[in-house]
Design a protein around this ligand. Structure first.
Ligand code: MEV
Length: 312
């Protein structure tokens, strides 16, 4: 029997991470150069649902997997939502080229690919809205108190302007622009970064609310610039957003080093992206200078780079 497969891209947050958890707007875009991939194959002979995720050494029946394991939660959520009480024997295989715990949405990408492949396998491919709703539930395990931006940008696979609880707004760039992504190589689970910001906010709400307001205002200004094709305006907005995130306490020495190296190599602006405290940073580049910036990031100790273009 042929396998049913589905894949989902990574994502970067261009503006507004963390503040988005507190109701401010943020901007995210998909990154299709790296992907999570899920295949589901019926097991004619077996009885079990077998979960294989070689990257984390998982290869066992679903019933033996930790009940809080996000992939198990996703599979059972799909079955419950389709009213399937007995899941037919199958092997679910998950692979991904997205670096884990690095701000690129690897958890959300796995959830989205898994929910799509598994619902298709059970005979009823779920619509995007439902895939998004279920992926958001799984995100709660990954992020604790997620805004929903990661699963949303990955499900719709388009640039979005996102405010939690509001209708999703697709962003159309007036002019294409190029982003270089640099990986510090330092894993940083988003759940910990989100919890650290919450602690800071609980200690000094006025200070953190002001930081969230600044990040939200930068996201709004960036939306206007992106839509109007004012790409050169985005660089200073990214620099300012990095400063605000540093004040929230989510930058790190490695992130600051890469941000500085990108600016020195001619980036128009640079910031950390995602949960921070490690993971990835992004730099706005002219198409001609992108490879040069990527090389400068590698020289400064980046574990890897990706060059991506947001099309108009
Ligand atoms: C993670 O990509 C973005 C955060 O704002 C968390 C979230 O919005 O769920 C840090």
């Amino acid at each position: 029997m042929p396998s049913i497969t589905s894949s989902a891209p990574a994502k970067i947050i261009l503006f507004g991470e963390h503040a988005v958890v507190y109701g401010r707007p943020a901007i995210a875009v998909p990154v299709t150069q790296v992907k999570a991939k899920v295949s589901v194959t019926a097991n004619i002979k077996g009885n079990d649902v077998v979960l294989q995720a070689p990257a984390i050494g998982l290869d066992c029946p679903l019933s033996e997997v930790d009940p809080r394991q996000p992939m198990r939660v996703a599979i059972l959520a799909v079955a419950a939502s389709l009213g399937v009480a007995h899941i037919p024997a199958c092997t679910v295989r998950i692979t991904s080229s997205i670096p884990v715990a690095s701000g690129l949405g690897s958890g959300a990408a796995v959830s989205v690919a898994l929910i799509r492949a598994f619902s298709h396998f059970l005979g009823r491919a779920l619509p995007d809205e439902k895939v998004n709703e279920l992926a958001f539930e799984v995100e709660k395990i990954h992020h604790g108190a997620p805004s929903g931006i990661d699963n949303t940008v990955i499900v719709y696979n388009k640039p979005i302007y996102f405010v939690a609880g509001k209708p999703i707004l697709r962003l159309k760039a007036g002019r294409a622009f190029t982003i270089v992504i640099g990986d510090t190589g330092e894993a940083s689970p988003t759940i910990e970064a989100v919890a650290a910001v919450r602690q800071g906010w609980q200690k000094d709400k006025d200070h953190f609310e002001a930081l969230f307001d600044s990040a939200g205002a930068l996201a709004d200004a960036a939306r206007t610039a992106i839509e109007a094709g004012g790409v050169e305006l985005l660089g200073p907005l990214m620099d300012a957003n990095h400063g605000v995130l540093a004040k929230m306490g989510v930058s790190s020495a490695a992130l600051d080093r890469l941000v500085l190296a990108a600016r020195r190599a001619g980036a128009l602006g640079a910031k950390l992206s995602g949960g921070g405290r490690g993971g990835n940073m992004i730099a706005l580049a002219s198409p001609k200078n992108a490879e040069n910036i990527a090389a400068a990031l590698m020289d400064t100790g980046a574990a890897g780079t990706i060059v991506t273009t947001i099309e108009s």
